[in-house]
Design a protein around this ligand. Sequence first.
Ligand SMILES: [Ca+2]
Ligand SMILES: [Ca+2]
Ligand SMILES: [Ca+2]
Ligand SMILES: [Ca+2]
Length: 643
Amino acid sequence: MQPKKIGGLPVVLAIILAGMITVPVASAQSIEQPFDLQTYRAEALEHVSTREGIPVGELTIINEAFATFPLTGRSLWGAKILDEKSSAIYGIYLDEEGKVADIDAVKEAEAAEKSKRYGKLDPELAERVATMRSDEKVVVWIWLTEPSTDRSRFQGNLSEEQHQELLSLQRATYAAHEAPVIDFLKTQDSTVVYACQYAPVVFAEVSRETIQDLSKRSDVVSLDITRSYEPALNSAAPTVKANVVWGRGKTGTGIKVAIVEVPLGSGSGIQFSNPYLLDGSSYRPDLPVSGHATQVAGIVASTHSTYKGISYGVPALLSANAPSEDDTDIVAATEWAITQGAKVISCSFGGETGSSLGDMDQYLDHVVWSNHLTVVVAAGNPPNSGNVWCPGLAYNVITVGAFDDRDSSAWTGDTMWQYSGYNDPESPHGDREKPEVVAVGCGITSTSTASPWLVSCASGTSLAAPAVSGEAALLMHRQSQLTSWPEAVKAAIMAGAVHNIEGASRLSDRDGAGGIDCSIADDTIANNRWWANTVTYGDFPKTYVLSGIPAGKKVRVVAAWDSHPPDLHPPYGTINDPLQSDFDLIIYDPNGEQVEVSSSYDNNYEIGQFETEMSGNYQARVVKYRFEGASERLALAYSISDP
Ligand SMILES: [Ca+2]
Ligand SMILES: [Ca+2]
Ligand SMILES: [Ca+2]
Ligand SMILES: [Ca+2]
């Protein structure tokens, strides 16, 4: 599919609207009308006070939200209540009548309703199956249960050897786990299109009857329709301060970056004969190159003396050139890159899913937490909806929107690029925030497929994402331990993204945490202002000392962790990718006074920001509001900048 040009700007069409089912969402009216918030707040404080034996005067509501469940039509009002003395955060939900509600029971009911309506099929596949002829076949995602693997020797910082060992263990584990279903498919006259090496997924072309048989298997978690994606088309280094980091001798040396691309025109490969790109390898060297892939590659790795890539010292790129825009080919190309040792995976493609998570989101979430790899995704260029595209809706990736630096490295006057995706993913409490950060996506000159080997690019989030991939490589060059901590990479990049393009500085709808600043993120890593640990239930509250903070500075603290798909916790929506943990962040000044709290329900990060009135040691405390899994990889990073 070609992007259409409207008014001179390339606009990529939403491609998968046909066949989509819109789930009924409780309307704003039905939420607001029965609630008297003052009464609810008083009731919540009173209830928690009685339940926990704490005087009401010591409790503060730090967050409140409506948790909505579209399939059952339920809407609960929830509050997070802080006990200032103990730093504990207590939760409560009140139902439509103002009575205390059991959120877990409501989640279970939602999951049961999903199961009743669709079984293990996603709604689109369920609708497709309803109209399929018996001799027809369709390619589906078959998500299997996650095999239990002993990952205990892969905690902490992984050496390259350990990383390779982890990958080889995963290949063996998934192959064994997938074998029975593949054997079954062979008996069903079904074609296995691709068996994943790094996730419990098999793609197969199957009949209606086989879909029904598969859904009865206990090792099958879900069956989902496959989609297709498009390139997220549409000066920059000094604006994002990459040149400052180069001046410190960090250019990405030794860090393998993969560019995952879907075809635009005929091909999706990087033109490695461009003299400003080192001669890399391709997943499918037999297929044509593309301008889009080559431009994206240049933003990471161009060695041109003027138009340098953000991490121009990285080794030759891995061109994960998918032969088509389909799920199967993208996943296969991504897995090739993982096997080649990619530490950063850069994705400048996407598809509109109406803000609900898709399988590609779930797949990339799996890639991050199970392989310890950093994945960066373009937010997408929705022509009208404003929606972030799949896979930019994924939890564990870093989603990147685009801003316009007006062709000057000075920050004043920079604006958001108008088509940069920003509408947030649907979630139980509706408080996820995407994109995480933004980078320059306009007025960029990058590498091209033919002489003179440079081109002035059209605008798009496609060009912003690779800047963040390059930033990740710079940070990994600074500190190689980061190659096994994507959570810390995300936390440091968000903590450093202090260039506020629009809205609030801490976090706002269109620019997320803000425009990246590679030099501030590098300060965070170089000065050891970061931590990354595998944590369990007993580790909380977890206190980090932010030492030696000067007065009169802006300090930003970011905590980040992962989703663990495919997860059999009650799913929200149609994807088995809920969060097992809800951590919150409270920050105290040297006198022990609370200066900041960040307590979202549905993000897998928290971000706090404050200006320091005194110098000294501050404390960041991460508390567990909810912890349902066995362990989490949790990272915390902070930055110090001028207000
Ligand atoms: Ca500027
Ligand atoms: Ca902002
Ligand atoms: Ca947003
Ligand atoms: Ca939280």
